[in-house]
Design a protein around this ligand. Structure first.
Ligand code: HEC
Ligand code: HEC
Length: 290
């Protein structure tokens, strides 16, 4: 009798404890996730724009020549006069940690090669905002200095650049992963090729603002589209700078998850789809004519 009661009590105590713990968990309301497509999410406040004015690759080219060409080379191929001799500052997390206790520890300085912006395979994995952060904060433990807003790691005050200048630079470099010819070809595909007459421009608009002939229908189904923000509205700077070319390529190839955007993988070649990716970003910056 005794033996049977004790485990019973244990089980009871265990269940009681589990219930108590469950009660202490933050509740997740799954029904809340089912928002109507027309209703903005409560969190969606308009964000302040990340950039003062539309970035210009032409303006960026001038700053690049003055500040970056010495390492990255005049054409951004990573072959500037200072490029080949660069080494890391001989610091790492352990060196920094030991320095807190006044212990000086030396490590080997390794070669640090400036990025070549023509290596498209690498550039397609970065989104513009990542590059902006690298230019702003530098890249610790490499020779890449910080250019502002704070005078940071490896940089001096004379090097500090404004937000606008750093965005101009990012898109000047961005354009090295494409050519004006590819952009012109992409514009043509964007406006003329489609599936059952559904060109990109039919939904996304010639200006990339989502105001094509089918744009109103899309706006009726996607509140973000209606608000001029979010997926598919290429004039939304804050959104697009945080999308990687590789992610955008995927959507063009396979269509969107909600099936509102058709899959173009069977209609266009891989290269044509990459051209469209490169073209999509031109709605948020001013490319160089050549
Ligand atoms: C002192 C030399 C030096 C100067 C000057 C310099 N860079 Fe760099 N930069 C580097 C090095 C080295 C790297 C590679 C860092 C690494 O190994 O990750 C790099 C990497 C970068 C990257 C990251 C690219 C990627 O694919 O991840 C960007 C963006 C960049 N530089 C932009 C600039 C811009 C813009 C300027 C001018 C304002 C500039 N750099 C000036 C040395 C330099
Ligand atoms: C029938 C309308 C329609 C057509 C035609 C269309 N799209 Fe879309 N597109 C959409 C919708 C809707 C979304 C938003 C999907 C979502 O909510 O995830 C979208 C999203 C996108 C995105 C955003 C991807 C992301 O995740 O950030 C890109 C890029 C894009 N479309 C490119 C294109 C290109 C290029 C073409 C032509 C080859 C095209 N679209 C044709 C409706 C369309």
């Amino acid at each position: 009798m005794q033996m049977a009661v004790v485990p019973g009590l244990r089980v009871f105590a265990l269940i009681a404890a589990l219930l108590l713990m469950a009660g202490c968990q933050p509740t997740v309301n799954f029904t809340g996730a089912r928002v109507s497509a027309d209703q903005p999410l409560p969190l969606a406040k308009p964000e302040p724009p990340l950039v003062p004015a539309k970035p210009s690759a032409v303006r960026g080219a001038k700053v690049f020549e003055a500040q970056c060409a010495i390492c990255h080379g005049p054409q951004g191929k990573g072959d500037g006069p200072a490029g080949s001799g660069l080494t890391t500052p001989g610091r790492d997390v352990i060196v920094d940690f030991l320095a807190i206790f006044g212990i000086k520890h030396e490590i080997e300085k390794l070669p640090s090669r400036p990025a070549n912006f023509h290596v498209v395979e690498q550039q397609r994995l970065n989104h513009p905002y990542m590059n902006w952060e690298t230019v702003s904060q530098g890249r610790p433990y490499t020779a890449m200095p910080a250019f502002g807003p704070k005078v940071g790691y490896g940089a001096n005050k004379a090097q500090t650049l404004s937000d606008q200048e750093r965005w101009d630079l990012v898109f000047h470099e961005w354009q090295w992963a494409t050519t004006p010819e590819r952009l012109a070809r992409a514009k043509e595909i964007y406006e003329t090729r489609g599936i059952d007459g559904q060109t990109c421009a039919a939904c996304h608009g010639t200006a990339g603002d989502g105001k094509g002939p089918k744009g109103a229908e899309m706006a009726g189904r996607l509140w973000m589209w209606k608000a001029g923000r979010g997926p598919g509205v290429f004039t939304d700077f804050n959104y697009l700078v945080q999308r990687k070319p590789s992610q955008i390529f995927q959507v063009i190839k396979e269509g969107s998850l909600n099936r509102l955007m058709p899959a173009y993988g069977k209609k266009l070649t891989e290269d044509e789809m990459w051209m469209l990716v490169e073209y999509a970003y031109t709605f948020i910056y001013e490319p160089r004519p050549k």
